[in-house]
Design a protein around this ligand. Structure first.
Ligand code: 5AD
Ligand code: SF4
Length: 433
């Protein structure tokens, strides 16, 4: 049997794409390979969001070329494929395929004609969803894309170029995928989209459906115990959605709501036109709806023109909102983006100092939050075993990792009492009644 090996970089959308590529190859009789050396096809599923991520892909390709068996096919799919296009073949001439995030469903063409060089970086919209086979069994957490692309056009972001304009999938298609996932093992549903809370679909009868409609419908499925969504845009956090944190107990009390910067000037240059007051107002409303809610954010430091005073405002907002579990990045100029052409690019060394300060502070809040969980009992979802085989790894409703000693009686959803905490994870024990 022919074997494939997929390595995925980047966001949850890429993780989903990787799962679909595996399912597609399996439907053609292929099986997953244990390593690159034994694979007949190696697929790098790539991220272009920062320059470092793109460089990682090209160095991985160099390693793969040396390690793969002669005649094995290899190539890239995803955002770097879309960013590089035909240039990828110039950089690595023996590459067999370059397929963008909306055209990887064309990969089987290579199975029929393995000598071809397959290049397709078209933005095919929703076509891939209609052609890909379903997964036979869902993992406990099912990632379900509800929209692709993004219309916000933040000036730093390559995603509108790599994944195209925003398109929402038909409501019934999403619910069919959700029900199928629940019937085949999903306990948690995570709706995905670059601008997930901007989901908007008008059906043939003229009814417009929003993310809150998807959540309401999904909460009715008995097998689904937990619902979440990522990643949200602040101004799309509408009242109907906020209210659901009060009315839908299955909606987890955790939300990633990226602010990116705490400086109004920087936000303007990022083309993120919301005021800090509006953002804080949304956070307050969320906390009023669900007092135990926790918020996380993404931050970019060293955006062109960012002054010390701008950066201090980012520290202030982090202090004010007390984000748990955030991600912060040094600004990285990307092709096809407006910010890459802005004057006043910030020296790397200043970016590093700012990142270290912000990260240090965010880590402190995260540790404090983790420590505040000690003694509490939470319903957690099993993720799998750890490397030692002695422990099980669970996720709390806040996505913290909890390590629990295995007692041979593993339940996918368990009541776990938190017994210890550090910055990165928690330890706990089963509560048996
Ligand atoms: N440089 C640094 N970080 C970026 N992000 C997106 N584009 C860039 C860039 N050019 C970050 C944002 C986004 C996350 C997925 O990646 O914070 O929310
Ligand atoms: Fe990377 Fe962004 Fe593309 Fe996801 S959408 S793969 S994070 S560039």
């Amino acid at each position: 049997m022919k074997q494939f090996f997929i390595q995925t970089f980047g966001c949850q959308m890429n993780v989903y794409d990787g799962q679909r590529i595996a399912a597609m190859l399996e439907s053609h009789g292929w099986v997953a390979a244990p390593d690159i050396e034994s694979a007949d096809m190696i697929i790098l599923n790539t991220c272009a969001v920062r320059e470092k991520a793109t460089n990682k892909v090209y160095s991985a390709l160099g390693r793969i070329r040396r390690a793969k068996k002669p005649g094995a096919l290899f190539g890239i799919v995803g955002c770097v494929a879309r960013e590089s296009g035909a240039d990828a073949f110039r950089r690595i001439p023996d590459l067999n395929f370059v397929l963008g995030p909306q055209s990887y469903h064309k990969l089987p063409q290579l199975l029929e004609n393995p000598d071809a060089k397959l290049l397709n970086i078209d933005l095919g919209g929703l076509e891939k969803f209609d052609t890909l086979p379903r997964m036979v069994r869902s993992p406990a957490v099912a990632y379900i894309p509800i929209q692709e692309g993004c219309d916000h056009c933040c000036t730093y972001c390559i995603v509108p170029y790599t994944r195209g304009r925003e398109i929402s999938r038909p409501f019934d298609d999403i619910m069919a995928d959700t029900r199928h996932a629940a019937e085949t093992g999903a306990i948690e549903i995570c709706f995905l989209g670059q601008n997930v809370n901007g989901y908007k679909y008008t059906d043939a009868a003229g009814r417009t459906m929003r993310l809150s409609d998807l959540i309401r419908e999904t909460a009715k499925i008995d097998a689904v115990q937990r619902i979440r969504f990522t990643s949200s845009y602040p101004t799309e956090m509408t009242d109907d959605l906020i209210a659901q944190f009060k009315t839908e107990p299955k909606l987890l009390p955790f939300l990633n709501l990226p602010i990116q910067s705490g400086s109004p000037d920087v936000l303007t240059r990022m083309n993120r036109p919301y005021s800090l007051d509006l953002y804080i107002d949304i956070v307050d409303k969320l906390r009023a709806a669900r007092p135990d809610i926790q918020i996380s954010s993404d931050f970019i430091v060293g955006f062109p023109g960012e002054t010390d005073a701008d950066f201090d405002m980012t520290m202030d907002i982090a202090r004010r909102v007390r984000y748990i579990n955030s991600y912060s990045f040094k600004y990285s100029p990307r092709p096809h983006t407006a910010a890459a052409l802005m004057r006043d690019q910030i020296p790397e060394q200043i970016k590093s100092v700012r990142l270290a300060r912000l990260d240090g502070f965010l880590n402190e809040i995260q540790r404090e939050f983790n420590e505040s969980c000690v003694g509490k009992t939470m319903t957690c979802l099993m993720e799998g075993g750890d490397k030692t085989g002695q422990n099980l790894v669970y996720r709390t409703p806040y996505m913290q990792q909890v390590i629990v000693a295995s007692d041979g009686d593993a339940h996918p959803l368990a009541q776990i009492k938190i017994t210890a905490a550090n910055k990165a994870s928690l330890r706990g024990e089963f509560v048996r009644d």
